[in-house]
Design a protein around this ligand. Sequence first.
Ligand code: SF4
Length: 408
Amino acid sequence: MKSPELLAPAGTFENAEAAFIHGADAVYIGIGQLNLRAHSPNFTIEDIPELLNLARTNNKKVYAALNLMPDQSKIAAIKDVLNQLKDKNCAPDAFIVSDPGVLELCKSILPNVELHLSTQTGTFNLISLDFWKRQGVIRAVLPREFTLDQIREACESAIMETEIFIHGAMCVSISGRCLLGAYLGERHPNRGDCPQPCRYKYRLTHVKENGDSGEWFEAEESDDGVYLLNSKDLCTIEILPQIILTGVNSLKIEGRNKSVHYVASVVRIYRAAIDSCIKDPHNYKVLPEWYKELDALDHRTYTTGFYNCEKVIQDVFTSKAAVKSRIIGTVKAILPGGLPVIDVKNSFSVNEPLEIIPVQQYALPYAIVFNKITDLSGNPSDRAPSSRLIIGHSSCSLRIGDMIRKEV
Ligand code: SF4
């Protein structure tokens, strides 16, 4: 069994750093608004050299999503981004594209950068894969709607490298074919502006001839209503050996809008799971701790999606992601003597029960309390305020990169 690449989302530099530290082989990012997460923080051209430097120092890769479906008004901006990357000599390892025009621009301005085909193109057959190969694409992100047999078929065809999603939110529609946001709110999903109307609570009505709505009918499954279209979230930890046996080259985690806590936790669990699977695929077991960790993150009900031909992937009872814990800080430095300097994101108190997500690979989270908190000058305080650096005193030895979280 060959170990596939573990590819993580990075909406921010901090998330990219956490993804690399916790075991991702590569990250995918957006530059400006030219991708399908126009409202995530995204990277500027000025951020790219530092990110590439971090990646190359650690033998990792960076892919940039340029997978919007642009109209002509966006072409100048895309050209400008590509020319700036060229002029500053800071091109990523690959562009993820879906539009043939964007693909042509990438080829003409930065011909040596690899091209990956976004799942948005909905490439469902081998003839299409072969077509894209002739256009210069070397990897395809296969549809989330594929079964494991279809993934295996694409891998065995050896037309090009393959990549699939293994964890995160899913669309209820076929990727790249949904117009719900554009229809209901003039916000176009294929230009990175999906307001996720598939997560809304819906009621039924008949429409009168003049366009007015008639009587409203509740379609109740619970007191909270019914979410007819809302997809569950993908989680493939259970079927990882079957996935890897298809021969897929890259396993991708969804979530460029997600927190650093989410990215670090999902990456570290899948890193451990992939490594365990490669070491001994016949005795692969999902550890209860992995489930516990994945359950602690904000998520909707999990599903293995279409890979195992699951029939019902909607959760009609709620569209809200359950959040059970939240990150409150990261260890940024260790002082002589071993005390950690903590970058506090959310305030916490002396003696409050907290948990460490260790940076050390395969190590499990463990409980901690800080019995003393001081500022950098040594002045004690009962509370660590957010957006400050503090020194935490405890009985544990922490490491740079360890994350601290608390239950909510
Ligand atoms: S409305 Fe839902 S199904 Fe459609 S693109 Fe947005 S998230 Fe996907």
